[in-house]
Design a protein around this ligand. Structure first.
Ligand code: FAD
Ligand code: DLZ
Ligand code: SF4
Length: 512
């Protein structure tokens, strides 16, 4: 008679309180299953990274004396779904109790709740012990029925709650809560980007197993020199290396993009965080402690900017997810219906900014925030692509993409499909922003200064056409009103030329 405890592929925290005591009456179950590999086409590196992490945790638990039942993707007795495999294990061990950690995805939350009820075994859901706030913490912070929420207000509460970067009297360190305006420099080659700190694993055998099982994936597996951590020790080393080498310049160049460096000074910690190899508190503490130790090397703007991403945005996004699901997934407030072009799966597009950002995503399963928001996302938004299609692509392509964090970022922040609930303005840009913040335009066949000519940068007509199409909705938005008025005040002939050009670009979207 045993207690069966399920561990999901993004619950790889070896320090969970479950594991403090070895109990021969407890069986831990991990499973590689087609129900999870196939709900979207995932990037090859994402599948490898999750399976490698699961296998490693299973080995570590086994070595510590815990009982573990592991289903590999190619095992003959693997019935390829959580419920079916759990029933196999229940019968094998004579289960008298079933427990699982709170899933971070609405679909699995529903499915496991229904499964647990159906088994009629005692037990149920326990905390994952990962996030700083509960699922309902963000909703509780805002007024019931508020039309929009503001991350900044929630973030300040989290600063007070965590006591991070505060003066002894409780006011924000340095006098300001947010130093975002200091974090918008383009990067021109100096300081040199830090030497990458990624691990290198040979995961060719694992990749062969995944391929042999017939799992459909996208992007490059990079199996021979696999750059993602598979256990907590490696994730901690990645965190230490980022603090040492990346954090000092993280703030200045947070919004910069460059063809010579995929990450510049970004941490690439999102995978380790989202599969719970790292805890958000320890990541934010490490940054705050670096600033406390050496404020000259770790400027406040860089430290605060980084801490805000972790204790502010990450928790806020999760709160929006739990408050708004399941309806959020279908939100399409701007009525966009165009299909994603095929080059999102190949990177074969002439626009250099998109070729680089999409190509890098397919090669590395990673792009940093501004590439996701202001290049790929902005293109989809201004072109008018169906947000549900955009959402599926993002959920598949990025190593860190789990629906609780991916969906609100795409539907809310990037595609403004939620009517502005999560973000107070639509994030979109024309070539002027891309050419200021990157070197992409230098290698592009299109002219960033032209709006409507044959070789005009497509982003320009799409951007101005977006404001023309949606001017009624955004005219009174203080954050974008100026751009909307500029569009509305263009001479009618220019407006007509922009609308014509944008329609042509949409019709020829596969050829851009
Ligand atoms: P850094 O720039 O080094 O930031 C540090 C950490 O802060 C990140 O690791 C992440 O945990 C957190 N963070 C930063 N911004 C956000 C944010 N907006 N929401 C939540 N956490 C944040 N992040 C994901 O983890 N998974 C996703 O699937 C995902 N999809 C996104 C889709 C779109 C359209 C956009 C605009 C953003 C998305 N993000 C997502 C947020 C952000 O882009 C990534 O967290 C970040 O690029 C990961 O790289 P990094 O670890 O180098 O981040
Ligand atoms: C994303 C993913 C993949 C590709 N495969 C598995 C798997 O085989 N087994 C598993 O337990 N989890 C997997 N995951 C993660 C889940 O699909 C899901 O996204 C998270 O558990 C939700 O928080
Ligand atoms: Fe992108 Fe336009 Fe610049 Fe080309 S010219 S890189 S399409 S912004």
């Amino acid at each position: 008679m045993a207690t069966v405890r399920l561990i999901l592929g993004d619950q790889l925290n070896p320090e969970h309180s479950w594991f403090r005591r070895v109990d021969p009456a407890v069986v831990y179950v991990l499973m590689e299953v087609r129900s999870e590999t196939d709900y979207v086409v995932h990037h090859a590196q994402k599948v490898i990274a999750i399976f490698a992490g699961m296998r490693r945790l299973a080995d570590q638990l086994g070595a510590a004396g815990h009982r573990v039942r592991y289903f590999r993707i190619g095992d003959a007795d693997n019935r390829q779904a959580f419920a079916a495999n759990l029933r196999t294990v229940f019968a094998e061990v004579g289960a008298k109790r079933f427990e699982y950690q709170e899933p971070d995805e609405w679909r699995l939350d529903e499915a496991l709740r229904a499964f647990a009820a159906d088994t009629a075994l005692p037990g149920g859901m326990v905390a994952s012990e990962h996030f700083l706030d509960g699922r309902g913490g963000v909703a509780a912070h805002f007024q019931k029925d508020a039309k929009r929420w503001l991350m900044e207000s929630y973030y300040r509460r989290m600063r007070v709650r965590t006591k991070l970067l505060l003066e002894p009297d409780g006011s924000p360190l340095g006098g300001e809560w947010n130093y975002d305006k200091e974090n918008r420099k383009p990067w021109k080659g100096t300081p040199p980007p830090p030497k990458p700190w990624d691990v290198r694993h040979d995961h060719r055998a694992l990749w062969a197993e995944i391929a042999a099982a017939g799992v459909r994936t996208m992007g490059s597996p990079s199996a021979e020199a696999f750059p993602w951590p598979r256990d907590r020790a490696e994730a901690l080393a990645q965190l230490a290396a980022f603090i040492e080498r990346g954090l000092p310049d993280f703030g200045d160049y947070e919004d910069a993009m460059h063809t010579s460096s995929d990450r510049l000074f970004h941490s690439r910690l999102s995978f380790a965080l989202n599969v719970k190899l790292l805890a958000p508190r320890e990541v934010a503490d490490a940054a705050a402690e670096a600033h406390r130790r050496d404020p000259a090397r770790y400027p406040l703007a860089a430290t605060e900017g980084f801490v805000r991403q972790i204790i502010g945005w990450r928790e806020y996004i999760r709160g929006v997810y739990w408050a708004k699901m399941p309806g959020y997934a279908a939100a399409n407030g701007l009525g966009h219906t165009l299909s994603l072009p095929a080059w999102f799966w190949t990177g074969a597009v002439k626009m250099n900014c998109l070729r680089h950002a999409v190509g890098q995503s397919l090669d590395t399963a990673y792009a940093h925030h501004i590439q996701r928001l202001m290049v790929i996302g902005s293109f989809c938004l201004t072109a008018g692509i169906d947000p549900a299609e955009v959402e599926k692509w993002y959920l598949g392509v990025y190593i860190d993409a789990f629906q609780w964090v991916e969906l609100p970022n795409v539907i809310g922040m990037s595609q403004h499909a939620d009517g502005g609930f999560l973000a107070s303005k639509p994030y979109c840009c024309a070539a002027s922003y891309v050419s200021k913040m990157s070197n992409y335009c230098g290698g592009c066949p299109y002219d960033p200064k032209d709006r409507t000519g044959p070789l005009a940068c497509p982003l320009n007509a799409l951007y101005w056409d977006f404001w023309l199409r949606h001017q009624d909705r955004f005219l009174n938005n203080p954050r974008v009103g100026m751009a909307v008025r500029q569009a509305a005040q263009m001479p009618p002939a220019e407006q007509a030329a922009i609308r014509r050009k944008a329609a042509e670009l949409r019709a020829g979207i596969e050829e851009l």
